[in-house]
Design a protein around this ligand. Structure first.
Ligand SMILES: Nc1ncnc2c1ncn2[C@@H]1O[C@@H]2COP(=O)(O)O[C@H]2[C@H]1O
Length: 226
């Protein structure tokens, strides 16, 4: 009996040691899970000592942390990308987790448009666009018009820099676009900052692809003089 009492006495140290380890965890799932365990241990200790208030408060904390553990596990559970989106995901959206990609993809409106002007140089675009197939024309003041080939985003530069559009971009012919209206993106930015940070990486990758296409068109100065 006395040994039991001694062991129960150590529980308080175990509980706070576990809290210490929890605070070292970088991953929020581990943090929450270890905190729930630590608070359960402290609650058992408090019950054994008859301190109802400490036991009660720790059980409330256990309930909150357990709720978050379940929620995070649900969000992270394996999500399979449908076959028709897999190649697209791997090439352009791999900075997002599979579930995040599907959520972000579903936020967009699908629009079928004909020769539409997507952005106008100097004006803030109404949306961010993704064109999976087709061609665009791009006009910048003082430069000859150019063709831009899909797949690519349109309107990502002004979104990232919070400045007006750097060019006027029009769709050639008819095409199907995905459009994320600005208010939808602003809500995403406010409510899901982690996802927003990953979306910015996706847009960064699109910019890299654009630079690589520009470089493929690059004519060395010597050759252009010849
Ligand atoms: N050099 C470029 N190559 C491909 N697309 C471009 C280039 N410059 C601008 N754009 C696109 O044209 C869009 C005009 O609006 P944004 O500046 O928001 O985002 C721009 C890009 O999506």
């Amino acid at each position: 009996m006395a040994e039991w009492a001694l062991l129960l006495g150590y529980l308080v140290h175990l509980g706070y040691l576990l809290q210490l380890v929890a605070l070292l965890a970088r991953d929020v799932l581990w943090l929450r899970a270890l905190l729930a365990l630590a608070q359960s241990v402290v609650a058992v200790y408090a019950i054994s000592r008859g301190v109802v208030a400490i036991a009660g408060w720790n059980l409330v904390l256990v309930a909150i942390n357990s709720f978050w553990v379940v929620r995070i596990l649900r969000e992270r559970r394996a999500v399979t990308i449908p076959q028709n989106l897999r190649a697209l995901y791997e090439a352009h959206f791999a900075a997002l987790r599979a579930g995040e990609f599907l959520r972000f993809w579903a936020l967009a409106e699908v629009r079928t448009v004909q020769a539409a002007e997507l952005t106008r140089e100097g004006q803030v675009p109404e949306a961010l666009y993704w064109l999976g197939q087709g061609h665009l024309t791009m006009e910048k003041w003082g430069q000859p018009p150019r063709r831009v080939q899909a797949p690519c985003f349109v309107g990502e530069m002004s979104l990232l820099t919070a400045r007006p559009a750097s060019a006027t971009v029009r769709l050639v012919g008819q095409g199907e676009l995905r459009a994320w209206p600005r208010p939808v993106l602003e809500r995403l930015q406010r409510q899901q900052p982690v996802l927003w940070a990953r979306v910015q990486s996706v847009l960064g990758l699109d910019l890299v692809y654009k630079i690589q296409r520009e470089e493929a068109r690059y004519v060395p100065l010597e050759a252009s003089r010849a």
